[in-house]
Ligand binder design. Structure first.
Ligand code: SF4
Length: 452
């Protein structure tokens, strides 16, 4: 049966796909991918690595075969204002012999060698599939290494097969909590809060995005205490309990950490979004209002007026070029998808297909409320489904990540990279203009007329 014929969706996938207006039921999500159905979603290890990789002065050691490490080596757009140690990718390169006799000795030797060559206070050791299968005792190896070297060696329980990418986010948050909670911060009640300060959660400083937001908050009198995890360090992460508020950009990866920090350190949290003009303005105001400071709110209003005056005419100029264009969205988290729907609305483009790798039920409900009748909403899609719905809905543009790019180009559809490997900022007012500009240059490129 051709994948384009009606009813060609794999039976087990039907509950994960929803067309607005046609079906009333809610979307199934947050479950493991169907075995044999190669989805666009990455593994647990990858989810953990996404969150932890931007910790700049840490050694990131992948305990597993070399292939697992290949995903990460310098393909991330996260920038650092200091150490460049995180740009290296280290692997224990497990071989057949290690699989048979165990990889603990090799891991111990690798940690010793790395710590000697790259003096650091922090080592993350990532478990991969094979480590879960052969049962190496990561905890014990890391504990011993930690005592031997007098530094933090933290195991990240991220064997690829133990769940989906969201489980990797959770494993990374556990590792971060372990770091924050050990040593100096053990007496949580004595941590003194810095007034008017925030931890910025779920920004990985791609192309310096965390710095853009920092520069917006500074004139409001609000200090960014710690970033999770863009441009973060061992020291800055340890200082996280001092913040008065946690603001969360990427809820998929950081909601768990925020909830735990509220319980442990009494830090309240709020979801914000700095994608698009509407969300950026709204978020700045909400943060200023949280601190109950008239001065901060006034400064936020001034900044918003000033920035909107600059960027709105620029965006309007692009908007005129996009009449009748339709977009498809396939990104990691639900919150980002919601922001993108709004952002496309800002530039006058209708979203006709929207999917995520790790969206949550409440996010899919919001997405469903926002989109027009007939829009396809789908969770944990595979390339066949993406292709089918993009063709069916006649999308002109796909927003996705590294794995979706070739798919779009093969179909002759324009593409925008919204993933961790990009090198240009899409956050804040500046990012909103970049986004519109990028949509313009890809969507209106003359190249497409030669491909049709
Ligand atoms: S951890 Fe497992 S699923 Fe992930 S890249 Fe390695 S082998 Fe593949």
């Amino acid at each position: 049966m051709s994948v384009f014929e009606p009813g060609s969706i794999v039976e087990e996938r039907k509950d994960f796909i929803h067309t607005k207006g046609r079906q009333k039921k809610s979307l199934k999500c947050d479950s493991d991918s169907i075995a044999g159905c190669v989805s666009q979603r990455a593994c647990v290890y990858c989810g953990a690595r996404v969150v932890l990789n931007p910790v700049t002065d840490a050694v990131h050691l992948v305990h597993g075969p070399i292939g697992c490490a290949s995903y990460t080596w310098d393909i991330r757009g996260s920038l650092s204002s200091g150490s460049e140690l995180y740009r290296n990718s280290f692997s224990t390169d497990l071989q057949e012999e290690d699989v048979i006799f165990g990889g603990e000795k090799k891991l111990t030797a690798a940690i010793d060698q790395l710590v000697e060559k790259y003096p650091t206070k922090l080592v993350f050791v990532y478990a991969t599939c094979i480590v879960g299968v052969i049962g190496d005792d990561l905890e014990a190896v890391c504990k011993n290494a930690s005592l031997r070297h007098g530094i933090e060696v933290i195991p990240v329980e991220s064997s690829g097969f133990i769940g989906n990418k969201a489980a990797g986010y959770r494993a990374a948050c556990h590792a971060l909590l372990r770091l924050i909670n050990s040593g100096v911060n053990q007496d949580n009640n004595k941590v003194e809060k810095i007034p008017m300060s925030v931890n910025y959660l779920g920004d990985f400083n791609l192309a310096g995005e965390a710095w853009i937001i920092q520069n917006y908050l500074h004139p409001l009198g609000i200090k960014v205490n710690t970033n999770f995890t863009g441009d973060s360090t061992y020291r800055s992460l340890k200082d996280a309990p001092k913040a008065s508020l946690n603001i969360i950009q990427c809820a998929g990866s950081m909601a768990f950490l925020a909830k735990e920090m509220e319980e442990m350190f009494g830090i309240p949290y709020m979801n914000i979004s700095f994608l698009g003009v509407e969300d950026t303005s709204g978020s700045l105001l909400r943060i200023a209002e949280f601190f109950n400071s008239h001065k901060a709110v006034k400064a936020a209003e001034e900044l918003i007026n000033r920035e909107e005056e600059i960027v709105k005419p620029l965006i309007e100029g692009y908007r005129r070029e996009f009449q009748g264009k339709k977009a498809a969205v396939y990104v990691g988290g639900g919150f980002k998808a919601i922001s993108l729907i709004k952002q496309f609305r800002e530039i006058g483009i209708e979203v006709v297909m929207v999917g995520t790798q790790t969206g949550r039920p409440e996010e899919y409900e919001t997405i469903s409320d926002m989109v027009e009748e007939g829009t396809v909403v789908l969770d944990d899609a595979n390339p066949t489904e993406l292709e089918k719905f993009m063709m069916e809905k006649e999308a002109h543009l796909l927003v996705g990540g590294v794995k979706e790019r070739p798919l779009a180009y093969k179909l002759g559809i324009a593409f925008i990279d919204h993933n961790h490997d990009r090198k240009h900022p899409l956050s804040g007012f500046a990012g909103a203009v970049n986004f519109a500009g990028e949509v313009y240059s890809t969507l209106c490129s003359p190249v497409w007329k030669y491909l049709k």
